[in-house]
Design a protein around this ligand. Structure first.
Ligand code: ADP
Ligand code: TRP
Length: 315
């Protein structure tokens, strides 16, 4: 039986944290064992947030290093950069013409921005259409994502259905893949871990940084257990082990935090080292991205040829 195809992407908007890793990126690595497919850098999506040349360049290389350091294998998955495949934006335009404003106004990201009275760019409003194009152009079976991206995959499915209904069967309907037990990882203050709340533990943090983050975890305890410490700890050690340890060290918050620091360090140190290794030869890793782009481009070109035929612009 042929392998199922996966597709996912990460925006180059800054260093990832352990919430991004356990909530979304880890799946990419786990799934590459028995899937093929595409993992890309969503730089055109990031342009909604990063409008600075140097920062954009630095972040793109950053995500590439992150991908390689967590163990993504370019022999197994095609790694590429969204902006290298202009067919994504072309398809997004076609989807724009099929989608209504009221429909996109129901998207969470738009509603959140509106609730915060932010000035909303057309790019932010159209974000789900570009994401639908990213996905549908490669006919993937699954889209591994963090739980907050679920609605975007639903929008992609709706868009595929609409296109298929109007122009005939063209796009496959993908399934999102979310790890339910880690759906939302809390930060040091117990709220959702997020760069924008500044409550995060960076995925490639150094030892001192890990220490500082863990020591700042707010210890509000329910039944003797500092639940914010525990919630992060269970990402690094089995709950079976943890239950005993937390019982034994009931009330000893400092000791529990020290153990968490050691557990995080044990996990992060090898990732940090691998990232440093890849950092030594940037031209080499950029060549990986370029080669991936060439492979993706072929598939995207084929699909766009079919799409142009179907909508009637190829005369
Ligand atoms: P941030 O909120 O830090 O800006 P992003 O919005 O860039 O994070 O999220 C990138 C990916 O990581 C998304 O797929 C998202 O679902 C996932 N993710 C982000 N924060 C968390 C979290 N606290 N728990 C689980 N997954 C998360
Ligand atoms: N919107 C996703 C995020 O913020 C990134 C993304 C862009 C994506 N295009 C995608 C994820 C296609 C999966 C599939 O995390």
């Amino acid at each position: 039986m042929s392998k199922k195809v996966l597709l996912s992407g990460v925006k180059p908007t800054g260093a990832p944290h352990i919430g991004n890793y356990f909530g979304a990126m880890k799946q990419f690595v786990d799934l590459q064992k028995d899937h093929c497919g595409y993992i890309f850098i969503a730089d055109y999506h990031a342009l909604n947030f990063i409008q600075n040349r140097e920062e954009m360049q630095k972040n793109i290389i950053g995500v590439l290093l992150d991908y390689l350091a967590i163990g993504l294998d370019p022999e197994k998955l095609i790694l590429f950069k969204q902006s290298d495949i202009s067919e994504h934006t072309e398809l997004a335009w076609i989807f724009d013409t099929l989608t209504t404003m009221p429909y996109l106004m129901r998207a969470h990201a738009f509603k959140d921005a509106e609730a915060k009275n932010k000035e909303i760019s057309i790019g932010t409003f159209n974000y789900p259409m570009l994401m639908a194009a990213d996905i549908l152009i490669y006919n993937p079976d699954i889209v591994p994502i963090g739980s907050d991206q679920k609605q975007h995959v639903e929008i992609a499915r709706d868009t595929a259905e609409k296109f298929n209904r109007i122009f005939g069967e063209t796009f496959k309907l993908p399934e999102s893949k979310i790890i339910e037990e880690v759906a939302i990882i809390p930060g040091v203050d117990g709220k959702k871990m997020s760069k924008s709340y500044n409550n995060h533990i960076p995925l490639f943090a150094g030892y001192e940084e890990i220490k500082k983050c863990v020591m700042s975890i707010v210890t509000d305890s329910g039944e003797g257990i500092p639940k914010n410490v525990y919630a992060i700890h269970k990402l690094f050690r089995s709950e079976e082990e943890l239950k005993n340890i937390y019982k034994e060290k009931e009330g000893k918050y400092k000791e529990l935090k020290e153990l968490l620091i050691e557990d995080i360090e044990k996990f992060i140190a090898p990732l940090r080292e691998k990232r440093k290794e890849f950092e030594k030869d940037i031209p080499k890793i950029l060549a990986i991205l370029k080669a991936g782009g060439e492979k993706a481009k072929k598939i995207a070109e084929e699909k766009m040829k079919e799409v142009r035929e179907k909508i009637g612009v190829s005369v």
